[in-house]
Ligand binder design. Structure first.
Ligand code: WT7
Length: 631
């Protein structure tokens, strides 16, 4: 942490303190850590269970923890069904605005109607409890309805982000063995249709398990539909079966709710699995306390529902809490850089949760775009996905929050299900620090042997106690789950997060970044191995190494070192061709900033590429310990 910034403290105003529901941190935290199971039982009591759990935590099969073992629940019962018995029934659940200005509003009553219809449609296509449905959609209401419909009938969803390529989609459909895919003809992004269905058509050619594709019409483009495989959603929605009642399936607390693929150290993406019980408790508790949610709030998490942030804090946490949420389809700068501020003004948004990349992107247009609109409704701000640099923090705080809205810089991961290190509205803030652990979770920064490092020293971030939002496993790969997260600190039984961090003298956590072969680009998580295998799949390349270097807007950008096959010569054309090839293989987010052609890569004697050395060289920094470097 930069010395001077560490001293910058932003105290909550009296107004914020008076308004906050959670008034105190230290004592409650100490108590929650002394007796975490009571704390988590108390939170779980706030939900409706078909049958109460026998055991809050069953740890007989570590690290495959089972929360609320023996309990019966369905997340949809809590996110929709129970609200229908209360005045929330007529409250707005979802306000959606399309990039083209179109908008739609759904009450909880209407949400239930749409989710029920979607659930009936899925059932009529043969989807059953335990199946995995893949969802590949733009940010439209049907994306959320499809997720909720799966959960309602006990099927798991696997949402693949709409920016991913045909190759990435195909790999994920095949890993999940999905028989049914839900998609759309496209969405709007910077005024243009995204053409999702074309990508689907390309992807599903090599998906042997896939039998049914349901397509929502959004852009109205002409798309190819195959007989006996492709169905238009609106045709199915018009069938009488869609409007019949559909019971919510009674699930075991430890039945799979969804799987979500994320990048790890090896090439194959990991299918992270979350379950109905613990995830319901964790997302709703953190969402309500961290964002200090009030019944009258209008809440906007500007992520894509296709990422974990969207799953936990657009869809499930907020709906369980009966919130009114806002969803926007398109680009933040379309048609002008004031699009977000215009919508905040128009809908009276109170809470905005976004990423440092988005903030930096909007910051570069200058504050006059913000000041054209009255955004004084904003009361609380959130940040997630990567460390927020103090400059962006201050802009967010002063220009967007007008110096009165505290920023919740939330550290967490796909695997943690919800916030782990985060301020509460009453927490004194330091720009760039995610501050302190959430209630009921113990966190530490340790060396390779597991000793706490001294304040200000860099170490590995670990989570020392189980928490209800934790992923239960990697889809069909128990071994990899253990090896990725639990093996390093097996003796202590700690979760190894893969981040480097520091703790300062006040006990504040400062996340430095990934310490493994994972790169964060604009908050998106990419594996160096995946990028490298995309690069070497180009016919001109024989070997490649990918590293991350700091980038003003994206946080990090991808730099690739490539060795060419004999017969190929380095050129700007070839560099461009390889960049485009990677974008096509993985999706535009993975497009490298630069490809440098080289004759040799630094390797250990056992043949592992030393990315650390490449990174130091590229930045003109000392190369550190190179004793294992091959001659
Ligand atoms: C990685 C997890 C959790 C939702 C989005 C990302 C980085 C996340 C912060 C933060 C610094 C952060 C970490 C983490 N990260 N939030 N507030 N400050 N770094 O989920 O794609 O699973 O990525 O994102 O490096 O390990 P994800």
């Amino acid at each position: 942490m930069p010395e001077q910034e560490a001293q910058d403290l932003f105290f909550p105003s009296d107004e914020v303190k008076a308004y906050a529901t959670v008034k105190e941190y230290d004592k409650t935290y100490a108590q929650s850590i002394k007796d975490p199971l009571s704390f988590w039982a108390e939170q779980a009591e706030k939900l409706e269970w078909y049958q109460k759990w026998d055991k809050v935590l069953d740890d007989s099969d570590k690290p495959f923890f089972k929360w609320y073992a023996g309990g019966k629940i369905n997340i949809i019962h809590n996110a929709i069904d129970r609200h229908l018995k209360t005045p929330i029934r007529n409250k707005i659940a979802l306000i959606w605005e399309g990039e083209n200005g179109e908008s739609k509003v759904f009450s909880y009553h209407a949400l239930n109607r749409e989710v029920t219809a979607f659930a009936n449609i899925l059932k009529s296509m043969g989807v059953r409890k335990g199946d995995i449905v893949t969802i590949y959609m733009p940010q439209i209401p049907e994306q959320i309805f499809a997720m909720l419909a799966c959960a309602k009938i006990g099927a798991a969803h696997s949402v693949v982000y709409g920016g991913f390529s045909a190759e990435a989609l195909q790999e994920r459909i095949n890993d999940a063995h999905s028989r049914v895919l839900v998609t759309a003809d496209g969405g709007y992004r910077r005024g243009k249709p995204t053409g999702l269905k074309q990508i689907v058509n390309e992807a599903v050619e090599s998906c042997s398990t896939l039998e049914v594709v349901i397509t929502v019409k959004r852009t109205g483009e002409v798309v190819y539909m195959e007989n006996d495989r492709d169905y238009w959603f609106h045709d199915l929605r018009a069938l009488p079966i869609a409007n019949t009642p559909c019971p919510t399936e009674v699930m075991d607390a430890n039945d799979m709710l969804f799987l979500l693929y994320t990048s790890g150290s090896t090439g194959k993406p990991k299918g992270i699995v979350h379950k109905h019980g613990g995830y319901s408790v964790y997302t709703s508790t953190t969402h309500s306390m961290v964002f200090d949610l009030k019944p009258e709030d209008r809440y906007w998490c500007a992520a894509d529902p296709g990422w974990i942030t969207g799953h936990s804090y657009i869809v499930y946490g907020p709906l369980i809490n009966g919130a009114t949420l806002f969803l926007y389809e398109g680009a933040p700068n379309h048609p002008y850089p004031d699009r977000w501020w215009r919508m905040i003004d128009k809908y009276g948004i109170n809470i905005l949760y976004t990423s440092p990349t988005a903030i930096r992107g909007l910051m570069r247009y200058g504050e006059s775009w913000v000041n054209r609109h009255n955004i004084s409704s904003l009361r609380l701000l959130g940040s997630v996905g990567e460390p927020i640099n103090p400059e962006a923090w201050k802009w967010y705080y002063n220009v967007v929050g007008k110096g009165k809205a505290p920023i919740m810089d939330t550290w967490w991961q796909t695997e943690t299900g919800g916030h782990v290190i985060t301020p509460l509205p009453i927490t004194p803030l330091k720009p760039g620090s995610a501050t302190k652990p959430f209630f009921g979770v113990e966190v530490g920064v340790v060396d390779d042997q597991g000793n706490d490092v001294a304040p200000g020293e860099q170490g590995n971030l670990v989570i020392k106690t189980p928490w209800p939002g934790m992923a239960c496993c990697i889809h069909q790969d128990r071994q990899r789950f253990y090896e990725s997260y639990w093996k390093k600190y097996e003796q202590q039984g700690w979760y190894h997060a893969g981040d480097a961090a520091k703790v300062d003298n006040d006990g504040y956590f400062w996340i430095i970044g990934r310490s493994d072969d994972v790169i964060k680009v604009s908050g998106y998580r990419l594996g160096t191995a995946e990028i490298e295998s995309a690069v070497v799949s180009h016919p001109a390349v024989t070997e490649a190494a990918a590293i991350a270097l700091p980038h003003e807007l994206k946080g990090n950008a991808i730099y690739v070192y490539a060795i060419l096959r004999t017969g190929f010569t380095p050129s700007h054309e070839l560099e461009k061709e390889i960049k485009d090839h990677v974008a096509k293989m993985m999706g535009p987010i993975a497009k490298p900033e630069q490809i440098s052609f080289t004759e040799i890569l630094p390797k250990t004697r056992s043949g592992k590429i030393m990315r650390r050395v490449l990174k130091a060289r590229a930045q003109g920094l000392p190369e550190g310990d190179i004793s294992t470097l091959e001659e």
